[in-house]
Design a protein around this ligand. Structure first.
Ligand SMILES: [Zn+2]
Length: 81
């Protein structure tokens, strides 16, 4: 798995929609690639923030909308429950 592929499936991973056979290569890459590890960590924190629904000291509404609409696989299929 390369950086481009990791970037493509990053949000699937956090949605628990990453196929089982991709999990190991995904983990192997983020374990050894500092750039992807950083992006992984950043995305994890970002999604935590968004999913908490953050009332006070977190992303303002317009920013949350921008973040959500920038998630690649949400642009085509709206799958928020
Ligand atoms: Zn990488």
């Amino acid at each position: 798995m390369n950086c481009k592929r990791v970037n493509e499936v990053l949000y699937l991973f956090f949605d628990n929609e990453l196929e089982d056979e991709l999990l190991a290569p995904f983990r192997a890459h983020t374990d050894h690639c500092p750039e992807c590890a950083r992006r992984f960590d950043y995305t994890r924190k970002l999604l935590l923030l968004v999913r908490e629904g953050c009332h006070r000291r977190c992303a303002p509404q317009h920013l949350r909308i921008r973040i959500l609409s920038s998630l690649p696989h949400r642009q085509s299929a709206e799958r928020l429950h």
